[in-house]
Design a protein. Structure first.
Length: 508
């Protein structure tokens, strides 16, 4: 038989001689100590300016910032959960000095007081990392983006194309009514010009429908269908046009937005649980990292990465008054505009273009436009058979970001009897090639940089530096969907998440 079983004494009602000090319950080196130490060092004057004097006393901004940063560091994002932790969790209680802000206070501070100023706090923490020698603001940064779902209802969407189609349909029906009215009441409308599409607006439509109604008022042979359509137009079209105008203002050049979060754009989500790339209201998060620390973050309403880089780099310069030595990014950022901007700023662009990987494996497409030799002195291309292709004109192409590209066109002289005709091109007549010379030069320079020893090193390091950060935020810490709505509030959430990530890694 075994010996006697002995249990340790246990009495939850036992009194202690002296009350515990919370300090003794927080281990040295615990992440909460890092949060306290760092937030105590930063200048919170930008947040202080958000407060108005004369009201009731408020919790100190430094206390509220510590609460939110440590909350995001421990995956506690909800204001109600933070309120609960402040009252129950020893680490939160020690950090806050036993103060207990309620969830409304926490949410107001996060939504209102940190909006527009948190990036200044974030940049101070990055500069502390630089002072410690952990990162350098003058060295290369690794940039990438990911989509994060909005808190909006995913079924309440407005599409820009649908608005355009509705307005065109309305214009066509109005033209049809106008044509009918002229055929029935030509005398009454003889001095009135038809409506132009460019003039469509609520007031103009209202006036035109009223004019048609007046012209047809005494006509007995007007069909019932036309009368019904005119009544519907009078009641609904001006109101609908006003609604479309408001929606187009909210779109502000985007192709869609959500009715329950008008700042969110519908984007295709890779991580959708249905694995079918559903369109959902989301924001495009861009980050620049170094040693897996986040040095810069920005939130965008466009789904394409290449449009985000100019403003992302400008923000980096504004935050630190410094430029990175180089930007390393994947092919989603390789555009004529981005190469040009980085060149002007003196920043090396280790950025692939869209066909770089394919060219590395298969070489340049034998008969593609990029393979045609350009004779700059004579401004002509040389076709695969060695014949000159004459310059026949220039044109412009405007990208979705508003960047103007100059496109030069060249035409071969005689393709009819060419033995390469079948593989060179399939179009009738002589081949015409369109070339963006600026992009050609940038791609050639990018290819040379990417294949240098430094370029190969950067290409290998990029996926190991920036992509694990997204894995940390979205997979390990479960941040796949915003809690707040609106660009300014979601930027605050990303700022808190970025600060928490840097402090968590600093501690590690």
């Amino acid at each position: 038989m075994g010996g006697k079983i002995v249990f340790k004494p246990y009495d939850p009602d036992q009194l202690t001689f002296l009350p515990y000090k919370l300090e003794e319950l927080v281990p040295q080196g615990h992440p909460v100590r890092i949060v306290k130490q760092v937030v105590d060092e930063v200048d919170v004057k930008p947040i202080n300016r958000k407060y108005k004097g004369g009201d009731a006393s408020s919790f100190h901004p430094r206390l509220m910032l510590k609460l939110l940063v440590y909350g995001y560091l421990t995956n506690t994002y909800s204001s109600r959960k933070l309120e609960e932790q402040a009252a129950q969790n020893v680490h939160f209680m020690w950090l806050l000095g036993m103060k207990k802000p309620d969830h409304n206070t926490i949410n107001r501070f996060r939504s209102e007081k940190l909006s527009g100023v948190l990036k200044q706090i974030f940049s101070q923490i990055v500069q502390l990392l630089q002072q410690e020698g952990i990162v350098s603001l003058k060295e290369a940064v690794f940039t990438d983006g990911t989509k994060i779902e909005s808190a909006a209802n995913k079924y309440t969407f407005v599409w820009g194309k649908s608005i355009k189609n509705s307005k065109e349909k309305m214009k066509a029906q109005l033209d049809e009514l106008w044509g009918y009215a002229q055929s029935v009441a030509a005398e009454e409308l003889k001095d009135t010009a038809p409506l132009e599409y460019s003039e469509i607006n609520p007031q103009k439509v209202k006036e035109t429908v009223a004019r048609i109604n007046a012209a047809l008022e005494d006509k007995e042979d007007v069909s019932k269908k036309v009368r019904q359509k005119l009544n519907y137009a009078k009641k609904h079209w001006p109101e609908n046009l006003s609604k479309y105008d408001e929606q187009e203002k909210l779109l502000s050049g985007r192709n869609s937005y959500s009715k329950t979060d008008t700042d969110a754009t519908f984007m295709r989500m890779k991580e959708d649980h249905m694995l079918n790339g559903q369109l959902k209201p989301a924001y495009n998060l861009q980050i620049s990292t170094q040693q897996q620390f986040i040095l810069n973050y920005s939130l965008h309403q466009t789904a394409t990465d290449y449009q985000t880089l100019p403003s992302h780099i400008e923000q980096y310069e504004a935050l630190y008054n410094e430029k990175p030595r180089a930007v390393v990014a994947d092919a989603g950022y390789g555009s004529d505009e981005n190469y040009g901007i980085l060149q002007q700023k003196g920043i090396e662009a280790y950025i692939k273009y869209n066909t770089f990987d394919k060219e590395q494996k298969e070489g340049i497409k034998a008969f593609g436009n990029d393979s045609l030799h350009y004779n700059e002195a004579e401004n002509c291309l040389i076709c695969p058979m060695g014949q000159q292709m004459t310059h026949i004109g220039d044109g412009q192409r405007i990208t979705t970001s508003g960047h103007i590209q100059l496109i030069s066109r060249y035409q071969a002289r005689n393709c009819n009897n060419c033995p390469m005709r079948g593989v060179c091109h399939q179009s009738p007549g002589n081949r015409i090639a369109e070339v963006n010379h600026s992009l050609r030069k940038h791609k050639r320079a990018a290819k040379q940089r990417l294949n240098t020893e430094q370029g190969i090193k950067c290409r290998k390091q990029r996926p190991a530096d920036v992509e694990p950060v997204f894995a940390q935020l979205k997979h390990n810490h479960g941040f796949r969907r915003f809690l707040l709505k609106g660009l300014s509030k979601t930027e605050v959430e990303i700022g808190l998440l970025s600060i928490a990530h840097n402090l968590r890694k600093w501690k590690a």
